[in-house]
Design a protein around this ligand. Structure first.
Ligand code: FES
Length: 94
């Protein structure tokens, strides 16, 4: 499932935006080292920390980047919580 992340607070990472929206996205280090948060995404992001974990084209590390506009990110459907707010969903394309 893909959702759009719209940053609400200045300096908020994409991971923090997801959490504020009610998405429990996987993470461990929250500092760009482990790669646990690596996700397929499209949109423009700026890294606040230079990531150490490897990412491929079309992937981001949400824990250490800031959305510069709407970011379309792939999330696990089971990570959605009951406190969901302001999510825009896109069905997975076949
Ligand atoms: S949580 Fe470790 S790289 Fe993002």
């Amino acid at each position: 499932m893909r959702v759009v992340v719209l940053p609400k607070t200045e300096g908020e990472t994409v991971l923090e935006s997801l959490e504020a929206m009610g998405v429990e996205h996987e993470y461990q280090c929250r500092s760009g080292y482990c790669g646990a948060c690596r996700s397929k995404a499209s949109g423009v992001v700026d890294y606040v920390l230079e990531p150490v974990a490897l990412i491929n084209a079309g992937e981001i590390l949400p824990c250490c980047c800031i959305a510069k506009g709407p970011v379309l990110i792939e999330i696990n459907e089971q990570s959605l919580t009951e406190g969901l707010s302001e999510l825009i969903f896109f069905k997975k394309q076949a």
